[in-house]
Design a protein around this ligand. Structure first.
Ligand SMILES: CC(C)(COP(=O)(O)OP(=O)(O)OC[C@H]1O[C@@H](n2cnc3c(N)ncnc32)[C@H](O)[C@@H]1OP(=O)(O)O)[C@@H](O)C(=O)NCCC(=O)NCCS
Length: 331
Protein backbone atom coordinates (compact mmCIF):
# COMPACT_ATOMS: atom_id res chain seq x y z
CA UNK A 1 0.00 0.00 0.00
CA UNK A 2 1.35 3.42 -0.90
CA UNK A 3 2.11 5.98 1.81
CA UNK A 4 -0.71 8.36 2.69
CA UNK A 5 0.04 11.80 1.27
CA UNK A 6 -1.55 15.24 1.75
CA UNK A 7 -3.01 16.90 -1.33
CA UNK A 8 -4.41 20.36 -1.99
CA UNK A 9 -8.05 19.72 -2.90
CA UNK A 10 -9.39 23.30 -3.12
CA UNK A 11 -8.21 26.90 -3.11
CA UNK A 12 -9.84 30.29 -2.49
CA UNK A 13 -8.77 33.92 -2.42
CA UNK A 14 -9.67 37.49 -1.62
CA UNK A 15 -8.07 40.81 -2.49
CA UNK A 16 -9.45 44.23 -1.51
CA UNK A 17 -11.03 46.40 -4.24
CA UNK A 18 -8.83 49.46 -3.75
CA UNK A 19 -6.00 49.60 -6.30
CA UNK A 20 -2.83 51.54 -5.50
CA UNK A 21 -1.09 52.05 -8.84
CA UNK A 22 2.47 53.13 -9.57
CA UNK A 23 1.00 56.35 -10.96
CA UNK A 24 -0.62 57.17 -7.60
CA UNK A 25 2.61 56.27 -5.74
CA UNK A 26 4.36 58.88 -7.92
CA UNK A 27 2.23 61.48 -6.14
CA UNK A 28 3.14 60.15 -2.67
CA UNK A 29 6.93 59.61 -2.82
CA UNK A 30 9.72 60.45 -5.23
CA UNK A 31 9.48 57.54 -7.63
CA UNK A 32 8.13 56.71 -11.05
CA UNK A 33 6.32 53.93 -12.86
CA UNK A 34 9.34 53.10 -15.04
CA UNK A 35 11.66 52.66 -12.03
CA UNK A 36 9.21 50.48 -10.11
CA UNK A 37 8.32 48.34 -13.13
CA UNK A 38 11.90 47.74 -14.26
CA UNK A 39 13.28 47.07 -10.74
CA UNK A 40 10.40 44.95 -9.38
CA UNK A 41 7.84 44.05 -12.08
CA UNK A 42 5.05 45.61 -9.99
CA UNK A 43 2.41 47.85 -11.60
CA UNK A 44 -0.22 47.97 -8.85
CA UNK A 45 -1.19 46.49 -5.50
CA UNK A 46 -4.41 46.13 -3.49
CA UNK A 47 -4.97 47.96 -0.19
CA UNK A 48 -7.55 47.21 2.51
CA UNK A 49 -8.73 50.75 3.20
CA UNK A 50 -11.75 50.29 5.46
CA UNK A 51 -11.28 51.47 9.07
CA UNK A 52 -11.39 48.73 11.66
CA UNK A 53 -10.78 45.85 9.24
CA UNK A 54 -7.67 43.74 9.70
CA UNK A 55 -6.06 40.61 8.29
CA UNK A 56 -8.91 38.43 9.59
CA UNK A 57 -11.37 40.20 7.29
CA UNK A 58 -9.46 39.04 4.20
CA UNK A 59 -8.66 35.60 5.65
CA UNK A 60 -12.36 34.95 6.32
CA UNK A 61 -13.29 35.97 2.76
CA UNK A 62 -10.61 33.69 1.27
CA UNK A 63 -11.70 30.73 3.42
CA UNK A 64 -15.37 31.30 2.56
CA UNK A 65 -14.48 31.37 -1.14
CA UNK A 66 -12.72 28.00 -0.74
CA UNK A 67 -15.58 26.48 1.27
CA UNK A 68 -18.17 27.56 -1.32
CA UNK A 69 -16.10 26.28 -4.25
CA UNK A 70 -15.41 22.90 -2.63
CA UNK A 71 -18.90 22.63 -1.18
CA UNK A 72 -17.81 21.41 2.25
CA UNK A 73 -19.47 21.92 5.60
CA UNK A 74 -17.13 24.10 7.75
CA UNK A 75 -17.90 21.77 10.68
CA UNK A 76 -15.80 19.10 8.89
CA UNK A 77 -12.62 21.20 9.16
CA UNK A 78 -10.27 19.75 11.79
CA UNK A 79 -7.65 22.46 11.85
CA UNK A 80 -6.98 25.96 10.50
CA UNK A 81 -3.49 27.44 10.23
CA UNK A 82 -3.34 31.19 9.66
CA UNK A 83 -0.01 32.08 8.09
CA UNK A 84 0.47 35.79 8.70
CA UNK A 85 2.94 38.47 9.67
CA UNK A 86 0.20 41.00 10.42
CA UNK A 87 -2.18 39.42 12.93
CA UNK A 88 -5.21 41.50 13.95
CA UNK A 89 -3.63 42.06 17.37
CA UNK A 90 -0.32 41.12 19.06
CA UNK A 91 -2.24 38.92 21.54
CA UNK A 92 -5.24 36.68 20.72
CA UNK A 93 -4.60 34.30 17.86
CA UNK A 94 -6.19 35.72 14.71
CA UNK A 95 -6.65 32.18 13.37
CA UNK A 96 -8.98 31.34 16.24
CA UNK A 97 -11.24 34.27 15.34
CA UNK A 98 -11.16 33.32 11.64
CA UNK A 99 -12.10 29.69 12.42
CA UNK A 100 -15.08 30.81 14.53
CA UNK A 101 -16.27 33.31 11.95
CA UNK A 102 -16.32 30.76 9.12
CA UNK A 103 -18.19 28.24 11.27
CA UNK A 104 -15.25 25.84 11.70
CA UNK A 105 -16.46 25.14 15.22
CA UNK A 106 -14.78 21.73 15.44
CA UNK A 107 -11.37 23.02 14.38
CA UNK A 108 -8.46 24.20 16.46
CA UNK A 109 -6.38 27.01 15.07
CA UNK A 110 -3.27 29.09 15.51
CA UNK A 111 -1.11 31.65 13.72
CA UNK A 112 2.16 30.79 12.03
CA UNK A 113 4.69 33.55 11.49
CA UNK A 114 7.69 33.08 9.22
CA UNK A 115 7.42 36.28 7.15
CA UNK A 116 7.17 35.57 3.42
CA UNK A 117 7.78 31.83 3.97
CA UNK A 118 4.78 31.49 6.31
CA UNK A 119 2.48 29.79 3.80
CA UNK A 120 5.20 27.37 2.65
CA UNK A 121 5.92 26.38 6.25
CA UNK A 122 2.15 26.09 6.83
CA UNK A 123 1.93 23.66 3.90
CA UNK A 124 4.58 21.55 5.60
CA UNK A 125 2.72 21.61 8.94
CA UNK A 126 -0.64 20.74 7.38
CA UNK A 127 0.93 17.91 5.42
CA UNK A 128 2.57 16.41 8.49
CA UNK A 129 -0.69 16.43 10.46
CA UNK A 130 -2.51 14.72 7.60
CA UNK A 131 0.22 12.16 6.93
CA UNK A 132 0.16 11.26 10.62
CA UNK A 133 -3.48 10.27 10.14
CA UNK A 134 -4.60 12.50 12.98
CA UNK A 135 -6.59 15.03 10.91
CA UNK A 136 -8.40 14.86 7.57
CA UNK A 137 -9.21 18.44 6.62
CA UNK A 138 -6.70 21.19 7.29
CA UNK A 139 -7.06 24.71 5.87
CA UNK A 140 -3.96 26.84 5.48
CA UNK A 141 -4.67 30.53 4.92
CA UNK A 142 -1.97 32.99 3.95
CA UNK A 143 -3.14 36.54 4.68
CA UNK A 144 -1.43 39.84 5.25
CA UNK A 145 -2.47 43.46 5.57
CA UNK A 146 0.99 44.79 4.76
CA UNK A 147 -0.38 48.34 4.44
CA UNK A 148 -0.72 48.32 8.27
CA UNK A 149 3.07 48.09 8.74
CA UNK A 150 4.37 50.02 5.73
CA UNK A 151 5.67 53.58 5.87
CA UNK A 152 4.13 55.38 2.92
CA UNK A 153 6.85 58.03 3.09
CA UNK A 154 9.59 55.41 2.50
CA UNK A 155 9.97 54.81 -1.23
CA UNK A 156 12.23 51.80 -0.76
CA UNK A 157 9.45 49.72 0.85
CA UNK A 158 6.06 51.27 0.03
CA UNK A 159 6.32 50.43 -3.66
CA UNK A 160 6.72 46.71 -2.96
CA UNK A 161 3.97 45.50 -0.65
CA UNK A 162 0.23 44.94 -0.95
CA UNK A 163 -2.68 43.33 0.92
CA UNK A 164 -4.44 40.04 0.18
CA UNK A 165 -5.36 36.53 1.28
CA UNK A 166 -5.42 33.05 -0.18
CA UNK A 167 -6.45 29.67 1.23
CA UNK A 168 -5.78 26.01 0.45
CA UNK A 169 -7.46 22.87 1.79
CA UNK A 170 -5.27 19.84 2.50
CA UNK A 171 -6.81 16.36 2.55
CA UNK A 172 -5.42 12.80 2.46
CA UNK A 173 -4.73 11.35 -0.99
CA UNK A 174 -4.86 7.62 -1.59
CA UNK A 175 -3.22 8.12 -5.01
CA UNK A 176 0.08 9.51 -3.74
CA UNK A 177 -0.75 13.05 -4.90
CA UNK A 178 0.09 16.21 -2.96
CA UNK A 179 3.28 17.20 -1.17
CA UNK A 180 6.17 14.91 -2.11
CA UNK A 181 9.20 16.67 -0.64
CA UNK A 182 10.31 19.90 0.95
CA UNK A 183 13.55 21.63 1.88
CA UNK A 184 13.00 24.37 4.47
CA UNK A 185 15.74 26.62 5.85
CA UNK A 186 16.29 29.54 8.24
CA UNK A 187 19.22 31.79 9.13
CA UNK A 188 18.88 34.33 11.96
CA UNK A 189 21.56 36.53 10.44
CA UNK A 190 18.74 37.93 8.34
CA UNK A 191 16.90 39.79 11.06
CA UNK A 192 19.27 42.74 10.76
CA UNK A 193 18.30 43.28 7.15
CA UNK A 194 14.48 43.06 7.15
CA UNK A 195 12.56 43.92 10.31
CA UNK A 196 10.27 46.10 12.39
CA UNK A 197 12.32 47.45 15.28
CA UNK A 198 9.61 48.37 17.77
CA UNK A 199 6.40 46.94 19.15
CA UNK A 200 7.88 43.62 20.28
CA UNK A 201 9.48 42.48 23.52
CA UNK A 202 12.89 44.07 22.89
CA UNK A 203 11.54 47.53 22.18
CA UNK A 204 7.94 47.85 23.44
CA UNK A 205 5.82 50.64 21.99
CA UNK A 206 6.41 54.14 23.36
CA UNK A 207 5.88 57.71 22.23
CA UNK A 208 9.50 57.70 21.18
CA UNK A 209 9.22 54.60 18.98
CA UNK A 210 6.15 55.99 17.26
CA UNK A 211 7.84 59.35 16.67
CA UNK A 212 10.85 57.55 15.18
CA UNK A 213 8.59 55.54 12.83
CA UNK A 214 9.99 52.30 14.27
CA UNK A 215 6.70 50.43 13.85
CA UNK A 216 7.19 50.22 10.12
CA UNK A 217 9.07 47.66 8.02
CA UNK A 218 12.66 48.57 7.30
CA UNK A 219 14.90 46.69 4.95
CA UNK A 220 18.31 46.74 3.39
CA UNK A 221 16.91 46.00 -0.05
CA UNK A 222 20.19 45.19 -1.76
CA UNK A 223 21.24 42.62 0.87
CA UNK A 224 17.80 41.02 1.00
CA UNK A 225 17.79 40.85 -2.78
CA UNK A 226 21.18 39.12 -2.87
CA UNK A 227 20.21 36.49 -0.28
CA UNK A 228 16.81 35.92 -1.89
CA UNK A 229 18.25 35.35 -5.37
CA UNK A 230 20.83 32.79 -4.34
CA UNK A 231 18.82 31.00 -1.64
CA UNK A 232 15.54 30.62 -3.53
CA UNK A 233 17.35 29.28 -6.57
CA UNK A 234 19.49 26.92 -4.44
CA UNK A 235 16.56 25.25 -2.69
CA UNK A 236 14.45 24.98 -5.84
CA UNK A 237 17.35 23.29 -7.63
CA UNK A 238 17.99 21.04 -4.63
CA UNK A 239 14.37 19.83 -4.55
CA UNK A 240 14.51 19.09 -8.28
CA UNK A 241 17.78 17.15 -7.96
CA UNK A 242 16.67 15.22 -4.90
CA UNK A 243 13.54 14.03 -6.71
CA UNK A 244 15.19 13.38 -10.07
CA UNK A 245 13.13 16.12 -11.78
CA UNK A 246 14.40 17.59 -15.03
CA UNK A 247 13.05 20.88 -16.38
CA UNK A 248 10.68 18.88 -18.60
CA UNK A 249 9.21 17.08 -15.59
CA UNK A 250 8.19 20.35 -13.92
CA UNK A 251 4.93 21.87 -15.19
CA UNK A 252 4.90 24.92 -12.88
CA UNK A 253 7.15 27.00 -10.67
CA UNK A 254 5.11 28.64 -7.88
CA UNK A 255 7.49 31.35 -6.63
CA UNK A 256 7.01 33.87 -3.85
CA UNK A 257 6.22 37.21 -5.48
CA UNK A 258 8.79 39.61 -4.02
CA UNK A 259 10.51 40.89 -7.12
CA UNK A 260 10.27 39.75 -10.75
CA UNK A 261 14.06 39.69 -10.99
CA UNK A 262 14.29 37.22 -8.08
CA UNK A 263 11.64 35.02 -9.72
CA UNK A 264 13.46 35.13 -13.08
CA UNK A 265 16.75 34.14 -11.42
CA UNK A 266 15.09 31.11 -9.78
CA UNK A 267 13.45 30.05 -13.04
CA UNK A 268 16.76 30.44 -14.90
CA UNK A 269 18.59 28.21 -12.43
CA UNK A 270 15.84 25.59 -12.92
CA UNK A 271 16.17 26.13 -16.71
CA UNK A 272 12.42 26.69 -16.86
CA UNK A 273 10.69 28.52 -19.68
CA UNK A 274 8.77 31.67 -18.61
CA UNK A 275 5.52 29.98 -19.68
CA UNK A 276 5.89 27.60 -16.72
CA UNK A 277 6.37 30.33 -14.14
CA UNK A 278 3.31 31.54 -12.22
CA UNK A 279 3.37 35.32 -11.88
CA UNK A 280 0.88 37.91 -10.62
CA UNK A 281 3.29 40.35 -8.95
CA UNK A 282 2.31 42.99 -11.52
CA UNK A 283 -1.19 43.29 -10.03
CA UNK A 284 -0.73 42.49 -6.33
CA UNK A 285 2.91 43.31 -5.42
CA UNK A 286 4.34 41.37 -2.49
CA UNK A 287 1.46 40.20 -0.29
CA UNK A 288 3.88 38.30 2.02
CA UNK A 289 2.03 35.19 3.31
CA UNK A 290 -0.62 35.40 0.58
CA UNK A 291 1.53 35.23 -2.56
CA UNK A 292 1.59 31.43 -3.01
CA UNK A 293 -2.14 30.72 -2.49
CA UNK A 294 -3.06 33.76 -4.61
CA UNK A 295 -1.01 32.24 -7.42
CA UNK A 296 -2.72 28.85 -7.03
CA UNK A 297 -6.10 30.57 -7.16
CA UNK A 298 -5.23 32.64 -10.25
CA UNK A 299 -3.80 29.62 -12.13
CA UNK A 300 -6.25 26.99 -10.82
CA UNK A 301 -8.02 26.51 -14.16
CA UNK A 302 -4.73 25.80 -15.95
CA UNK A 303 -3.62 23.15 -13.45
CA UNK A 304 -4.12 19.47 -14.26
CA UNK A 305 -4.22 16.45 -12.01
CA UNK A 306 -0.72 14.99 -11.77
CA UNK A 307 1.10 18.24 -12.68
CA UNK A 308 4.42 18.65 -10.88
CA UNK A 309 4.65 21.99 -9.05
CA UNK A 310 7.78 23.38 -7.39
CA UNK A 311 7.13 26.05 -4.75
CA UNK A 312 9.91 28.41 -3.65
CA UNK A 313 9.85 31.24 -1.12
CA UNK A 314 12.16 33.59 0.74
CA UNK A 315 11.40 35.98 3.60
CA UNK A 316 12.48 37.92 6.64
CA UNK A 317 14.29 36.05 9.36
CA UNK A 318 15.76 34.88 7.04
CA UNK A 319 13.36 32.05 6.22
CA UNK A 320 13.23 30.23 2.91
CA UNK A 321 12.53 26.92 1.27
CA UNK A 322 11.13 24.91 -1.60
CA UNK A 323 8.56 22.16 -1.93
CA UNK A 324 7.58 19.64 -4.61
CA UNK A 325 3.85 18.96 -4.91
CA UNK A 326 1.76 16.87 -7.30
CA UNK A 327 -1.47 18.67 -8.15
CA UNK A 328 -4.55 16.61 -7.26
CA UNK A 329 -7.51 17.78 -9.36
CA UNK A 330 -8.81 19.23 -12.60
CA UNK A 331 -11.17 22.17 -12.18
C1 LIG B 1 14.12 47.27 -3.04
C2 LIG B 1 14.67 46.96 -4.43
C3 LIG B 1 13.51 46.93 -5.42
C4 LIG B 1 15.59 48.10 -4.82
O1 LIG B 1 16.13 47.84 -6.10
P1 LIG B 1 17.71 48.02 -6.35
O2 LIG B 1 17.94 47.76 -7.77
O3 LIG B 1 18.42 47.17 -5.34
O4 LIG B 1 17.87 49.54 -6.05
P2 LIG B 1 18.90 50.23 -5.04
O5 LIG B 1 18.46 49.96 -3.63
O6 LIG B 1 20.28 49.83 -5.45
O7 LIG B 1 18.66 51.71 -5.37
C5 LIG B 1 19.12 52.27 -6.60
C6 LIG B 1 18.80 53.73 -6.58
O8 LIG B 1 17.37 53.90 -6.69
C7 LIG B 1 16.89 54.70 -5.61
N1 LIG B 1 15.55 54.28 -5.24
C8 LIG B 1 15.20 53.43 -4.25
N2 LIG B 1 13.87 53.29 -4.24
C9 LIG B 1 13.38 54.02 -5.27
C10 LIG B 1 12.11 54.24 -5.77
N3 LIG B 1 10.99 53.68 -5.24
N4 LIG B 1 11.96 55.04 -6.84
C11 LIG B 1 13.03 55.61 -7.42
N5 LIG B 1 14.29 55.44 -6.98
C12 LIG B 1 14.45 54.65 -5.91
C13 LIG B 1 17.89 54.50 -4.51
O9 LIG B 1 17.86 55.58 -3.61
C14 LIG B 1 19.19 54.43 -5.28
O10 LIG B 1 19.59 55.73 -5.59
P3 LIG B 1 21.17 56.11 -5.55
O11 LIG B 1 21.82 55.22 -6.55
O12 LIG B 1 21.15 57.54 -5.92
O13 LIG B 1 21.59 55.84 -4.15
C15 LIG B 1 15.45 45.64 -4.47
O14 LIG B 1 16.64 45.78 -3.76
C16 LIG B 1 14.68 44.49 -3.91
O15 LIG B 1 13.70 44.07 -4.47
N6 LIG B 1 15.13 43.93 -2.79
C17 LIG B 1 14.48 42.82 -2.16
C18 LIG B 1 13.34 43.33 -1.36
C19 LIG B 1 12.39 42.25 -1.00
O16 LIG B 1 12.10 41.42 -1.80
N7 LIG B 1 11.91 42.29 0.24
C20 LIG B 1 10.98 41.36 0.71
C21 LIG B 1 11.65 40.06 0.89
S1 LIG B 1 10.50 38.78 0.89
Amino acid sequence: MSKKTAAITAVGAYVPDFVLSNKVLETMVETNDEWITSRTGIKERRILKEEGKGTSFMAIKAAEDLINKRGIDPKEIDMLILATTTPDMPVAATGAYVASQIGAVNAFSYDLQAACSSFLYGMSTATSYIESGRYKKVIVIGADKMSSIIDYTDRTTCIIFGDGAGAALFEPSEEGLGLQDEYLRTDGIGREFLKIDAGGSILPPSEETVKNRQHFVQQDGKTVFKFAVSNMADVAEKVMQRNGLSKDDVQWLVPHQANKRIIDATANRMKLDASKVMMNIQKYGNTTSATLPLLLNDYEKQLKKGDNLVFAAFGGGFTWGAAYLKWAYNS
